[in-house]
Design a protein around this ligand. Structure first.
Ligand code: ATP
Ligand code: MG
Length: 235
């Protein structure tokens, strides 16, 4: 279980971006973080991924504060795929996949290659193992970035706007694909894409100017938003 307790974050001396956030992310689900541009979604992911250190509050992984967990162990608990996928253009899909295993986990190349191929096969994308990032589609690149993160077998994987560059058909395919992976990895997905969130996520939170405005099923979150809009219209 991943749990965020009383977390607040601000950049430098500016006003707070996240204000007293409390969320629990149970395992074996796909969970969504929704909210308008600038509401603090990426900042929250960066705090959970230990790229930013919150000024107050805690992030607990199975009860342990993540700041007390060493980096390598941490990367095997929580992975992150940013909106810019950071696939190396001069390396094939397979070569991109073995970077962390070889350089971080110090595995020998042949073992890393075999394991990466196994992962690609399991995820149904081994046909593009020899392609370069420029030769694959946006949907395929998104899957490769996730496959690469899954090589470290994290228990949670954070995805920032995974469907932003995808058309609706590719988004639907991608969503179905993601759902097949959730038994082994819990996904926390930041998205603007409400239909996508409704299709894949069992629950989520809605951020508004750094606070949690609503939480629960995506349907419940949407109805909160609609009620707020209707109230505004009446006023
Ligand atoms: N490195 C930074 N330094 C200062 N302020 C920042 C920095 N990164 C983000 N911010 C500010 O923090 C707020 C939240 O930004 P964040 O990127 O978390 O929003 P977001 O919800 O992910 O938005 P989007 O949907 O556009 O990606 C914004 O007001 C933004 O301008
Ligand atoms: Mg963002």
């Amino acid at each position: 279980m991943l749990e965020i307790k009383d977390l607040s974050y601000s950049y430098g001396n500016s006003n707070g971006v996240l204000d007293n956030i409390n969320i629990q992310f149970p395992k074996e689900h796909i969970l969504a973080i929704l909210g308008e541009s600038g509401s603090g979604k990426t900042t929250l992911l960066k705090c959970i991924g230990k790229f930013l250190k919150p000024q107050t509050g805690q992030i607990l992984f199975n009860g342990e504060n993540i700041i007390d967990i060493d980096d390598l162990s941490f990367r095997r608990m929580i992975g992150i795929v940013f909106q810019q996928l950071y696939l190396f253009p001069h390396l094939t899909v397979l070569e991109n996949m073995i970077l962390s295993p070889v350089h971080v986990l110090k595995k020998d190349k042949e073992t890393a290659r075999k394991e990466a191929l196994h992962t690609l096969k399991k995820l149904g994308i081994d046909d593009i193992s020899k392609s370069y990032p420029s030769q694959i589609s946006g949907g395929q690149a998104q899957r490769v970035a996730i496959a690469r993160a899954l090589v470290l077998k994290p228990q949670y994987l954070l995805l920032d706007e995974p469907t932003a560059a995808l058309d609706i058909v590719t988004t639907n395919d991608f969503g179905r694909w993601l759902v097949t992976l959730k038994e082994e990895t819990t996904f926390i997905v930041v998205t603007h894409d409400i239909p996508f969130a409704e299709n894949v996520a069992s629950s989520g939170v809605l951020l508004e100017q750094g606070i949690i405005k609503a939480e629960g099923t995506i349907k419940a979150i949407l109805s909160t938003v609609h009620q707020a809009v209707e109230k505004d219209d009446e006023a």
